[in-house]
Design a protein around this ligand. Structure first.
Ligand SMILES: Cc1cc2nc3c(=O)[nH]c(=O)nc-3n(C[C@H](O)[C@H](O)[C@H](O)COP(=O)(O)O)c2cc1C
Length: 149
């Protein structure tokens, strides 16, 4: 099992159709390759947590680095642990938006709840990736809190 957390800067503030396209392709491909995780957006920033077997994850990262819809891809955390428990077992790619455009996405957040993200934070408490993730979560606290399972 490998876990990657990266941030990147979107070419534009991603609108609903861009996100729909990214998530549609991601969910179908991730299901085929046993990749799971969550994609967070805030204005023009993406933050994505990915987990899966090393080979498919590395192939996916090659694609993600080349993808022209974003740039400045920074992998904040890359960890490989053979006995690591999958944290996003139910999610080929969960999604949460932080910011103005999130207003009508409350329903989309509902099934994510807190647990997989909290598990990531607990597993890597001192890493920069988790400080950034905490920022995303704090900004979205109320929405995630009211939507948690
Ligand atoms: C922010 C962002 C996140 C993405 N996440 C995934 C993902 O989780 N899984 C995936 O297959 N593609 C994801 N993609 C799309 C890939 O970059 C790429 O388009 C996809 O793997 C298809 O590549 P191909 O056209 O070379 O087959 C993401 C793209 C962006 C911009």
């Amino acid at each position: 099992m490998k876990t990657i957390i990266y941030s990147s800067v979107s070419a534009t503030v991603p609108d609903a159709s861009t996100l729909h396209e990214i998530l549609g392709v991601a969910r179908a491909a991730n299901a085929r390759h046993g990749v799971r995780g969550v994609l967070l957006t805030a204005d023009r920033m993406f933050m994505q947590v990915l987990e899966g077997e090393p080979a498919p994850l590395e192939r996916l990262m090659d694609n993600i680095y080349r993808d022209r819809r974003h740039s400045c891809v920074v992998p904040w955390l890359v960890e490989e642990a053979p006995d690591h428990e999958a944290m996003f077992a139910d999610w080929t790619m969960a999604y949460a938006s932080v910011g103005e455009q999130a207003a009508d996405l409350g329903a989309a957040l509902a099934p994510i709840g807190r647990s997989p993200l909290q598990a990531i934070l607990a597993a890597y408490p001192d890493r920069a990736a988790c400080r950034i993730l905490r920022g995303f979560l704090a900004a979205n606290e109320r929405r995630l809190g009211s939507a948690a399972r």
